[in-house]
Each structure stands twice: as C-alpha cells, then as structure tokens.
Design a protein. Sequence first.
Length: 225
Amino acid sequence: MSVEIKISLNKGLYLKEPQDSKLGRKMIKHSIMLIEKFGFEAFTFKKLAKEINSTEASIYRYFENKHLLLLFLVNWYWEWVSYLITMNTMNVIDPKLKLKIIIHSFVAAHKENPNVEYVNESKLHNIVISEGMKAYHTKDVDSENSKGFFKSYKNLTTSVSKVISEVNPDFKYPYALATNLFEMSNNSIYFAQHLPKLTDISLKENKVVEVEDMLLYFTNKLLKK
C-alpha cells in the first residue's frame, strides 16, 4: 500500500500553498523540469505559465517571485533528506552506522520515491547540485534567515551534528562537518560533471558511489579517536 507524503514548509515561502491544489502541484512539477533543463537564470514565470497552459498572474498568486519558488524547491529537498535520514536511522543505535546511513542519504536521496507525483527527485537533486547555493548566497540572506527560510537546512545539519558528536564527543566542529558533508556531497558531483580538475572523483555511469566513499573517508579520518 502506498503512503502519500506531505512535506510541510515555511509559510513565508509562498502566498498560497501550491501542494494543496492541482494547479499548484502542476507549477511545482514543471518548474522543476524547466529549471533543471534551462537553469535558474533563464527560468521565468512567463515560461512556466506557457508550459502549464496558464497565466503569469495565476503563478504570482502562489509565489511572489522566482527566488522564493527556488527557495521553496530547495527547502522541499532539505526536508526530504531529513525525512529519509529519520526513517532510515529509526532503529539504528550505533552512531557510526547512523553516520554512514546519513552520508548515503546525502548522495542517494534522488533515488528514493516518496510517492509525490509532482516532484521528480532526480531532477530536483540536479537543481540542488547546480542551483542550490543561489537560494541563500544572496544580499537578502540575513533578512530571509530571520524569517526562518533556512530552518529546514539548519534542522538537517543540527541532526547530523548530533550524530557526529555521538561518534566522537571530543570533536570540536560537529556543525561545520555536518554542513560540509552535505555541501561536499553536492559540490563534488557538480565538479565531477563540469569542473573535473577541482575534484579527485569521477562519476562512472552517473553512479555516486565514489562521492560516498570519499565522504566516508573524510569522516573516518576526522572522527578517529
């Protein structure tokens, strides 16, 4: 029996909850497709309206601008990864095994299927890899942070930092390592695909196992007592 998953996000990201209507879900689905295909800079509400056979005005009833739409999508992904980690570590006691599962979740979240037909996890993962930093590397980051727009990301890294501290209570930088593991999981894939001189890994047949191995290597070295 399939179970539909509803990802709850900060209400400040949207004017009207898109997940609650057919048109809104259509916007999410096709915005992911367009951004993944053409890039965030080339993406416009005009193009989205044409894609879903609607109007720009209807899209503006859901999202104030395309930046907030990108933030919505990236937040959805952060929450999805957190959900995967929670489910996959639910009955795991050993912190080292927990951390290994977390790292696997970072690099393989796009392979999972949450039974949400309007979100293509693989394409959304590509967006997070290539466009994700644009969601928070902005002039308005402090203002948006005060509104809680990055709470999902902070909750994700906090939960990971706690596991890191369980592995090695004396490690001084659990938050920094948690954040870097997540960012490295995405940046390493991007570099391997586009700037191979910036990384030592290669993606054979689009498999990310080498990224996972690299992250495990770093954590084992850093957290070794």
